[in-house]
Design a protein around this ligand. Structure first.
Ligand SMILES: Nc1nc2c(c(=O)[nH]1)N[C@H]1C(S)=C(S)[C@@H](COP(=O)(O)OP(=O)(O)OC[C@H]3O[C@@H](n4cnc5c(=O)[nH]c(N)nc54)[C@H](O)[C@@H]3O)O[C@H]1N2
Ligand SMILES: Nc1nc2c(c(=O)[nH]1)N[C@H]1C(S)=C(S)[C@@H](COP(=O)(O)OP(=O)(O)OC[C@H]3O[C@@H](n4cnc5c(=O)[nH]c(N)nc54)[C@H](O)[C@@H]3O)O[C@H]1N2
Ligand code: SF4
Ligand SMILES: [Mo]
Length: 711
């Protein structure tokens, strides 16, 4: 299956005769594929050998090209004449003028911040950069943020706190494959990154998985710890306690490479294993064994996924596991370390180049005068003209249409009507907007509420770069022309900027945008200056930071020092806190949420691929046989899950693999099966990450027939 077709980039559109080497449109593993022209208009997907996927793809990757020709692909702008009128096809000219007129009117009436922008971690670096620049230069609004807040923001905040910089994996993925022991906290890679499982399965491997469910991933582990949702921080403190008491702390490393240990050690001392067992439900013996497996391995890697991070104490929980990794002497040691499994295709690059409320390109702070001056000079504007920092994704969504909140929203790369927490409330906020513009290639649930929908190009119809979960910058190649009538996000933003009277033109050619991004990122923590499209193609990706053309890129960070002022990694003292929402008589169960193999995120893409729909047609409620029996629920029966915010209805899936106090639902569906009608919008105080992974619910028979519930 691996191909030998040359990978040198040609001009846009070249290479279609033999096909192109590129990467998957979905998750952060960015599996390598080759696209060749198929029998009809379709492209055929072939897997390529690459360090992340080793020639493998999951079923989403294999079927990715089908979305290019989906029957309900958007190929013309849509517009509604008034809030109650239907969406109807219009010309680009009419659509763009309407957007510019409405945005101009709203900004004149309510101020610049009254127009907001919401982006996504699936956008290429070029798009994310341009979206941030568009907001700061053309709209001059502080209100921009993106769905990455829902994703890895807690891990990013914890890494920055400890190491001075955040790169998902600060080492290449090969290090995971070679490590003797791996602790995976709250990740279900067998469903969320199937080819990655090969890296977890090394011979003689001590894999420890922490998950309230016995997932396919947990079943591959040597040891599975099954805590109550939301108690991982107590578990981390307990593991550190065991390391201390059993003499497993690497004292020489702690002395030479870290600061802050004494205080952290004092806190951990109070988390004796029996207390941890009472809080988490994890038996003392398992806790001990897990620590010894890690500490006694020659090389060990600690990884976190969303299960550890999507909590109101997510930043502190990740910090707890980083503290453990530091105590064992792992970060910055070749073959060992801590990393977060970034989720979205460009979740990493998307958080580096300016679509986050507090950031400028290169992972710089928008509040740092030197960073503002540098980026303003690259953009050709005055530093004072750049707005300050705005609020985080959920806070932004929650402020829409309120007296002091934005009245208009431009959305590109997210479908919050399905994926945002407390989605019923978010739907009300979106409905309260004066004006919503959505750029997408299909009519998502959120797009269906827009005043103007702009049809955009898809992954295989444009060039661009993606930064994968390792911080390896990759090239995505154009494999076929876009359908007539469709424009790229870059073209859309540049034209809108012109209509809005932007003081500077926005670039529309991806490679030229990347060259500008390189200059804007120069000298920042995520420095891309030495990376070019040619180098990426020749070298199979380049790791940042890469400061000039002679710099080979940074495969392993922190080998000599950390990115903190004193070069030492920081232990940060953290204490366990329970989830914001507690169970009571009315809501006696925990709900946790996550993913299934066949669908991606809000499902806007994968619910349009027939093979994936056939494999996983609808939402479900996973619950244990014991819980089902106590509630009188039988397999396949419709179940209602209700929290203080709302409810969702889906068929019961009975299982031996989940705790009796907890039910699980995937979040890929809209309508009655939308679990985010139920989830909590409690936020982590540091990262502003919502608590997607635990809330209190009541579970009951829905008392509906399948037909009643199909609405
Ligand atoms: N098939 C598929 N793959 C994807 C995606 C997708 O939508 N579908 N999305 C991509 C993206 S953006 C992301 S962020 C990643 C996410 O990748 P993962 O983090 O692997 O995915 P999740 O299913 O959200 O959560 C992982 C596990 O956390 C467990 N969990 C729930 N609550 C807790 C808790 O309190 N503690 C612990 N320790 N575990 C808990 C869940 O049971 C679940 O098995 O996947 C990426 N890959
Ligand atoms: N309950 C619960 N909710 C969750 C989670 C959970 O674990 N549990 N996980 C959260 C996480 S980690 C994430 S990352 C979010 C993800 O959820 P969303 O932010 O909704 O992400 P997607 O479904 O990927 O939405 C992407 C949308 O943008 C479109 N799109 C894709 N590429 C492009 C592009 O290049 N340009 C434009 N203009 N549009 C594009 C797609 O068609 C789709 O409509 O969900 C979060 N929500
Ligand atoms: S694991 Fe992720 S990148 Fe790889 S084929 Fe599946 S969705 Fe695509
Ligand atoms: Mo994510």
């Amino acid at each position: 299956m691996p191909t030998t077709v040359p990978t040198l980039p040609g001009p846009t559109g070249a290479g279609t005769a033999v096909g192109v080497d590129t990467h998957c449109p979905y998750c952060a593993l960015q599996c390598a594929m080759h696209l060749s022209p198929g029998p009809g208009r379709e492209l055929t997907v072939h897997a390529r050998d690459f360090p992340t996927n080793r020639g493998g793809l999951c079923q989403k990757g294999w079927t990715a090209a089908e979305l290019l020709t989906t029957p309900d692909r958007l190929t013309t702008p849509l517009m509604r004449a008034s809030r109650d009128a239907p969406l109807e096809p219009v010309s680009w000219d009419v659509a763009m003028r309407r957007v510019a007129v409405e945005m101009g009117r709203i900004q004149r009436t309510h101020g610049r911040d009254a127009v907001a922008v919401f982006g996504g971690g699936g956008l290429t670096n070029e798009k994310a950069y341009t979206l941030g620049k568009f907001a700061r230069v053309a709209l001059r609004t502080k209100n921009i943020d993106y769905n990455g807040r829902f994703c890895m923001s807690s891990a990013a905040a914890a890494s920055t706190r400890a190491f001075g910089v955040d790169r998902g994996l600060p080492f290449p993925i090969e290090d995971v494959a070679a490590a003797d022991a791996v602790l995976l906290v709250g990740g279900n890679s067998a469903e969320t990154m199937p080819p990655f499982v090969r890296h977890l399965e090394g011979a003689g491997r001590s894999l420890v998985v922490v998950d309230p469910r016995a997932t396919e991933t947990a079943k591959k582990a040597r040891l599975h710890l099954q805590p109550t949702p939301g108690t991982d921080l107590a578990l981390a403190l307990g593991m550190l306690h065991v390391a201390l008491v059993d003499g497993l702390v690497d004292d020489a490393y702690v002395a030479a490479r870290t600061s802050g240990w004494e205080d952290v050690a004092r806190t951990a001392a109070t988390w004796w294993p029996e207390r941890v067992e009472r809080t988490t439900g994890v038996p003392v013996g398992d806790l001990r064994q897990a620590v010894h497996l890690l500490a006694e391995a020659r090389t060990a890697v600690v990884l976190t996924g969303r299960g550890a991070e999507q909590h109101s104490n997510g930043t502190d929980t990740v910090t707890g596991f980083i503290n453990l990794a530091l105590a064992l002497g792992l970060p910055g040691r070749p073959g060992s370390g801590y990393g977060c499994l970034t989720g979205q295709g460009n979740g990493q690059g998307g958080r580096e180049h300016g679509q986050k409320a507090d950031q400028l390109p290169g992972y710089r702070s928008i509040e740092d005068p030197a960073a503002r001056a540098h980026v303003a000079s690259v953009w050709g504007v005055e530093p004072e003209s750049l707005p300050g920092k705005g609020v985080s994704a959920y806070e932004l969504l929650d402020s829409l249409g309120r007296d002091d909140g934005p009245k208009a929203l431009l959305l590109a790369g997210s479908n919050p009507l399905v994926s945002a927490p407390n989605a019923r409330s978010v739907a009300e906020r979106i409905a309260a907007l004066d004006f919503l513009v959505v750029s997408d290639f299909v009519l998502s649930e959120t797009g269906a509420l827009a005043d103007v929908v702009l049809p955009t190009t898809q992954w295989a119809e444009e060039d661009g770069t993606m930064t994968n979960l390792e911080g390896r910058v990759l090239l995505r190649r154009k494999a076929r022309p876009a359908p007539p009538g469709v424009r790229s996000d870059l073209e859309i933003l540049a034209e809108l900027a012109r209509h809005l009277g932007s003081p500077v033109e926005l670039e529309v050619r991806p490679r030229a945008v990347f060259d500008e991004l390189r200059r804007a990122s120069a000298g920042g923590p995520a420095d891309y200056s030495g990376i070019t499209y040619e180098r990426i193609a020749l070298e199979g990706g380049v790791f940042w930071p890469c400061r000039d053309k002679h710099d080979p890129g940074t495969r392993r960070m922190f080998l000599d020092s950390f990115a903190t002022p004193d070069g030492l990694a920081r232990f940060v003292t953290v204490e366990h806190r329970a989830p914001v929402e507690q169970r009571d008589d009315e809501h006696p169960h925990y709900l946790t949420t996550g993913r299934v193999l066949h669908h991606y995120q809000s499902g806007a893409q994968t619910r349009r691929v027939p093979a994936l729909v056939a494999a996983a047609p609808e939402a479900f409620v996973e619950l244990s046989y014991a819980l089902a029996e106590s509630l009188g629920i039988s397999a396949g029966e419709l179940v209602r899950v209700t929290s203080r915010r709302g409810s969702a209805v889906a068929p019961a899936r009975l299982s031996d693999d989940i705790r009796d106090d907890t039910v699980f639902m995937p979040f890929h569906w809209a309508g009655r099966g939308r679990v985010n009608s139920v989830t909590s919008d409690a936020l982590d105080p540091v990262s502003r990450m919502p608590e997607f992974k635990v809330c209190a619910v009541r579970v009951e028979r829905a008392g509906l027939t399948a037909d009643d519930a199909s609405g």
